[in-house]
Design a protein. Sequence first.
Length: 705
Amino acid sequence: MEQINIATCDILNTGTLRYRVIYLVNNRAVVCQMDISKLVLHYLSVDEIKENLVKGEWSVEKDEENIVIETDDLEEGIRKKFIKYKACIQEISSFYGPTYIGLMGKGSKPEAKIIMEKYDLKPYVFWKIVRMYLQSGGKDSSLVDKRAGGLARNPIAYNYTKRAGRPTEYGVQNKVIVNEAIRNYFDEALTAYKKGRQTTYKSCYEDMIHRYFMKQIEENGQITWVMMPDEEIPSFTQFYNYARKKLTSEEKDKIRTSITEQRNNKRLLLSDAMKGVHGPGDTVEIDALETDISLVSERNREQTIGRGILYLMVDVWTRAIIAMSVSFENNSVLGCTNLLMNLADDKQAYAKKYGIDFSGELWPSNIIPRRIRVDRGADFRSDKLSSILNGIGIERLLEPAAMGSYKPIVEQEFRQIQFNQNDIMENQGLIEKRHDSNHHREAKLTINEFTAMCINYVLTHNQKYLKYYKQNKKMQNDNIPPIPVRLWEYGCEIYGSPRPIADKAQYIWNLLTPAKASLNREGIKWKNLFYLNIEDKTLLHEMYEQQSKIKRIAIKYDPRDIGAIYYLRDGKLMIALLNPDKFGNEGFSGMTYKEYEEYFRAKKKMDISGDRHNRKISINERTINRNIVDSAKSDRYADNSDMREERDIERNEQNRQNALVHHLKDKEEEQMICTDKKEIEEISDQFVDDDISFEEALRKFNENI
């Protein structure tokens, strides 16, 4: 049989049906039927699939639709729904993943009911979310309503031409359409509803009718209030349905009781944040360490550059190290994003860059953990990291300050890695807390060589038998040794595989730093640099349309290299590079954002100094000009009667003074060009006759020559 590889998220086309591969385990594939409005999951034999593929009866389709979600660009209502649906899917995955077969059948599904109640979802909405998510292969874009403009920046606004809902069975037919103006009335009524515990929908509705749908008339000399016709007034049902959609259960409880009482009596008590770790990838710990090894420069091995910073990500359930990063970024979000990027890297290719080869099973990767435990360091508690984790879909657990024991696993790995390296690195740059330590002068390793040592430690650790690991009874009965990679394999069989990084473009987009840039016919301008994407025809069209006008656009950039910026075009990740044809862009490609900031500050200082320099020159210029004008002052007006004749005389005089002969430095050359004056005078004297014409004088001159 030919070598055929089937991967998670692939699409199987049988000719009549299409299936999305959800999970692969033990020669079986869990597939979700596509192109239908019902959730249908099957088990298929992998051998049977491969056999049909070899015969050509089936085919594998690659999903080309990679749409990137930018949460901030979504409309407010759509964004809230997206965040709610995403949180809902994460809980569904923790209960029913990775096979999701538990969602099939007519049996009781208590976990699903709990999730529906928690997120206030109707059953048909819940099942639609699950179906579309699985049919898409676990993509975030499936959670956004395509009717709302999909992932466009300007969602489609629906303009109803007739009243929505069932027709009125009794009474007058209501003709009011809930448009923007009516929604504003409803929102105002709901604001009043939220202010008091005793207010009711009915009272708020009636106040709204009195304010906007009644008018004063004079009748028999008296002013009375008259209600508009019923068909021109929004019904109570329209208002009530709008309020039910607008207010969450939590908001209703806060209105009826108080925020404190609601939090105390009504909040969900599902788990303790310090407990309840269920399988690989459920919870990880990350931290940074200033290593006790002094390093030398890659460019000049005789120059020491101090400590490296090691970031580790350790899975709590298996103790496997699943990501690492070595850099010089301390207490920096950049260091955190280096670690998160390593989580998505091909670990074999990553290790090979440092001269290390290994089997792929030794280092789990390409997964998204559900929760991350961190301390309250400046990098971990920052809003930037919080925004990144929210975009990826990871819950951040901030532990109490100065409590390393609250995340003991990663702290233990730091102690162990330094213990293993200390004896080897003694007198080779090991930083010791002794007055006679000469670590900086003894330093030998570059950052790449130290990274190779850390990779070697990770691979060794993931294969070690962990005697301190506490096994439960089932592990012992199944004879599962406490080895991280073995525990990972066993945990995936019991709890299911962690959530994979289904869309790497979306993952990378979330790691980039947001910024604002301007667009005109010169390109995308950011930080006084110009970027261009020649292949983006829409961008070129927008540049042409802008001409000299400036349009503000949202971009993202990588602080590690400002040679490119990133933006979205119809949900696709686009890259604009520095325009090499712009002179001011030279030399900045490959420069870090920090380097450019230092240059930018130096340029600002130079500009301030230049302004002062120009001011001094300008003052001197004005002083000299004023003196010239003052010295030329006259106490009478100039005569303008013979202006043209005098101008001709002055012009001829100026031309004589500017003759090129006066600019020659060599007097001999001047004499060679200007022929002897006596000779000229002698020749000219022979023809001096005031009465002959110019033509006659010219003829005699030629005859004489």
